[in-house]
Design a protein around this ligand. Sequence first.
Ligand SMILES: Cc1ncc(COP(=O)(O)O)c(C=O)c1O
Length: 477
Amino acid sequence: MTAIAETPACPGTPTVGDLAPVLPVVGHDTPAPLVDGRRVPYANLDVAASAPALQDVADRITQTLPLYASVHRGAGYLSQVSTTLYEQSRRVIGEFVGARDDDVTLLVRNTTDALNLLAGCVPASDDGTPGRVLVLDVEHHANFLPWQRSADATVVTGRDTVAETVAAIRDELAAGLAAGRGYALLAVTGASNVTGETLPVADVVATAHAAGARVLLDGAQLVPHRRFSLAETGVDYLAFSGHKTYAPFGAGVLVGRRDWLDTGTPYLAGGGAVRSVRVERTDWHDGPARHEAGSPNVLGAVALAAACESLAALDADALRAHENALRARLVDGLESIAGVEVVRLWSDAPDTVGVVTFTVAGYEPGQVAAYLSAEHGIGVRDGRFCAHPLLSRLGYGAGAVRSSVGVGTAGEEVERLVAAVAALVADGPQARYDVVDGLWIVVDDPRPVPEGSGLAGLLATAGPGGDEAFGCLPEDA
Ligand SMILES: Cc1ncc(COP(=O)(O)O)c(C=O)c1O
């Protein structure tokens, strides 16, 4: 599968230049203009933020559009077709993540939405105070702020190893029980959005269940990259996003135990969520309808179900091998460059998905990202990745650069990134860069906008920028 060769930029590290994508994605060959006037195929190494649509997903959407009509209360033929498609998609998505027979699969907007919804469903403690929730400080803000805001949340600081981190979770759960204030929920990441590292899910579940706590797994970075099953792992709730699972049509998912969801606060108050409404009293539905008021995102659900089917049809080992080869090359290649440091959480993570975050000595992360785009046609992310507590604790308060890969990534894109960082360190950037409104930009950027896009310019140079527009900039931005 992978040809082993040498790259002049980083002698000694095996290269993956001929590794093909596992599945076709839309936009793989979209040309990106460079500041020197050339065009190269865009290398999308920012799939952990939002992944491109699978070609299968785009095809399914095209087939479904002529069938699209109002859902749930429409008597028309196409309304019934669309309603069936929506409910069938719910079933396919639930099956993809091993939902148990009695689990509820809720279709929401994204992981953030799912976690805010669940935060309204954690039962109160016996004394009437909000149910206690335990979280780690490694979490994405989506799996941190909902608990901080609406639950009695306690934060455990991650330790140097996974083993010590799980032990710290166990100790805190036991301390809660000993104090007569046991935890209702342990909310942990399936894979870190900063490093890609995972926790041993079976251990975490056993630890939590032994202390009477349920487990929510933030699957935003795990589900698109690894097979996962609620039934097999015993995880109680799982949240993930369509736009990270190669289905960028606005759907997200919360799947899990029915009892909390059937009794929790209806997430959205409105049409469809009720059995009956009187002026003085409302009788809410249970099941998915309870939380899905308003007109649902039928096409988002169809798209995500199509992505689930395509991913499920892949050989799990081939999927993992592809991503592991790309990731290993990124880590080896980047670490062989003087002054480049790869961010790690733990020394003993059981598995790591295709996320590699790094810093380059002498360069701010924003400048590295701007350079990679302007001079090499590579898209990465920079900043603190909505994980401020973690980045601060690890000493990366000024941010870092994150590259990430998926089923649509070719080895050539990874090689291009390694070579580009090596060239930056060896020769410096060729264009001039400056900071405007907290963003690194190319001075007098000559790159055109895509033909037919109707854009007047890119946001950094032509639109209203500023700190308010971007949530996770470096501490001092
Ligand atoms: C681990 C993790 N959790 C949650 C989220 C939030 O996902 P969304 O923006 O789709 O709600 C992200 C997004 O980057 C993430 O990486």
